[in-house]
Design a binder for this molecule. Structure first.
Ligand code: ZN
Length: 468
């Protein structure tokens, strides 16, 4: 932990030492954005505003190729900068001029433009590449899952490296155009709305657009054969769901029973969290063997395992809650994961209560009682679990119990105001637990320092669950 925390500072020091005297206002961008858990994730020196991905995919060979064009602004004078990427690059241009490039570490692509970029300058970076993403491992794994009829990119905290070069950290959110060609008869699913679909010469191009800021790990791509359904929320937001045609019949039926309630659940959650933040909604169920789901923005990635024996409605409510908690308001650093998983779990409890499955207080009480005080469950601090325990059960379940305890502590009126004020204040941006606490204290008029210490930052079971 401590060594990891020191790494970004060391990188920054290195950067300061190598500034050439002749260009004192320009230097290399840092190879990490400064995250305490993942020092090499994201990069320093620029901010991306838009990704335009123009790709082709051949399912027979799992070959992905194309060009990613990034619109970015230099936040410092840059002699070079990094992108995070793992496929093979053949060409890079900056503002149309060829740029030198080299790989470094596990996922760094170091780009050196023909001339230094002044601070504040807007740049267009085009990267041409290809690769077989399922064959590419970084840190011993791949986030690309090959399926019987194609492939899927979805993982947390990293999946972009396997399909587009990026500033891979939730601090740098951007809009997206994702244009993918697949052999006619195949489909490409991504985030947002389908802008166009066009078939020529045996290939079909699918153009998806995400016009609201989106974190890189929430960008997703699925290629294969899917059955598509369409509906709308009460507010008129288009819902597009996709089900792999390769799913077992029972799984496909269960998946539809759960996922087709997306609009209804969004309508319900909007009553708690405020207006749904995006122009599209939905999810997809690819033919993958893995068991995790992911709150990909406007198009949730669901594991088929969720629907093996039930409609998985709790998972659907969890992932849709993330559209406010994680997607609309994203983490500023991965150590604040409680703001995502605690509240997404709490959203699924609100839905369960709405469905007559017990009150949220009863669910919180059952969860609190389920783990004795000496259970290792209580040694994980939801407010700073460490990278190895970032997705531990405690972040979800103790995290959600903590939110119910907060509700009892500050009262229902302030709590309801808090759940709507947070997304409203940080819309399409980022937030920290410290900022959340400040807002909770402002709305409740209480000092919550002791509460947050007990529930989020102490490796022990809180002695009392407020509210009985
Ligand atoms: Zn979650």
């Amino acid at each position: 932990m401590r060594l990891r925390l020191l790494a970004p500072a060391a990188a920054a020091l290195g950067f300061l030492l190598v500034i050439p005297a002749s260009a004192a206002d320009a230097g290399p961008g840092a190879p990490g954005i400064g995250d305490p858990y993942y020092p090499t994730y994201g990069n320093g020196g620029y901010d991306v505003s838009h990704y335009d991905l123009d790709l082709s995919y051949q399912p027979a060979t799992d070959t992905l190729s194309g060009t990613a064009t990034l619109q970015a602004t230099a936040t410092q004078g840059l002699t070079s900068f990094d992108l995070d990427f793992a496929l093979t690059v053949s060409k890079v241009t900056v503002d149309g001029r060829p740029a030198a490039f080299a790989t470094s570490g596990e996922q760094e692509l170091v780009v050196t433009p023909a001339r230094p970029i002044p601070r504040g300058h807007r740049i267009t970076v085009a990267v041409t590449y290809s690769g077989v993403p399922s064959s590419v491992e970084r840190y011993g794994f791949t986030s690309w899952q090959r399926t019987p009829d194609g492939g899927v990119a979805a993982n947390e905290p990293e999946s972009a490296w396997w399909w587009f070069p990026s500033n891979d950290h939730p601090l740098d959110k951007a809009t997206y155009d994702v244009d993918v060609r697949v052999p006619a008869g195949e489909q490409a699913i991504s985030n947002g709305l389908l802008v166009s679909q066009h078939t020529a010469n045996g290939w079909t191009g699918y153009h998806w657009r995400q016009d609201k800021p989106q974190a890189t790990y929430l960008a997703t791509l699925a290629l294969g054969h899917f059955d598509i359904t369409r509906s709308r929320t009460r507010a008129g937001v288009p819902v597009i769901n996709a089900y792999s045609s390769g799913l077992p019949a029972a799984t496909a039926a269960n998946a539809r029973a759960g996922v087709e309630r997306t609009a209804e659940i969004i309508d319900f959650l909007s009553g708690w969290f405020g207006p749904y933040p995006f122009d599209a909604a939905g999810g997809y169920v690819p033919d993958v063997p893995t068991h995790f789901s992911l709150e990909a923005q406007t198009r949730v990635f669901y594991s088929p395992a969720v629907f093996a024996t039930t409609d998985g409605i709790g998972t659907v409510a969890h992932e849709l809650s993330h559209q406010w908690w994680g997607d609309d308001v994203s983490l500023a650093r991965w150590s604040d994961i409680w703001l995502n998983e605690g509240f997404a779990t709490y959203g699924s409890w609100l839905w369960a209560e709405h469905q007559g499955k017990g009150t949220v207080q009863q669910i919180a009480r059952q969860t609190y009682d389920a783990y004795p005080a000496d259970d290792p469950f209580w040694t994980v601090e939801p407010g700073d679990p460490g990278p190895a325990k970032q997705f531990d059960d405690a972040v979800y379940d103790r995290g959600a119990v903590a939110i119910q305890a907060l509700r009892t502590t500050i009262g229902d009126h302030a709590f309801r105001a808090l759940l709507k004020a947070w997304p409203a204040q940080h819309r399409y941006g980022n937030g920290t637990i410290a900022e959340f606490r400040t807002l909770a204290e402002h709305l409740s008029g209480q000092d919550l320092g002791g509460f947050f210490q007990t529930w989020l930052y102490t490796p022990a079971k809180p002695a009392v669950l407020p509210g009985g």
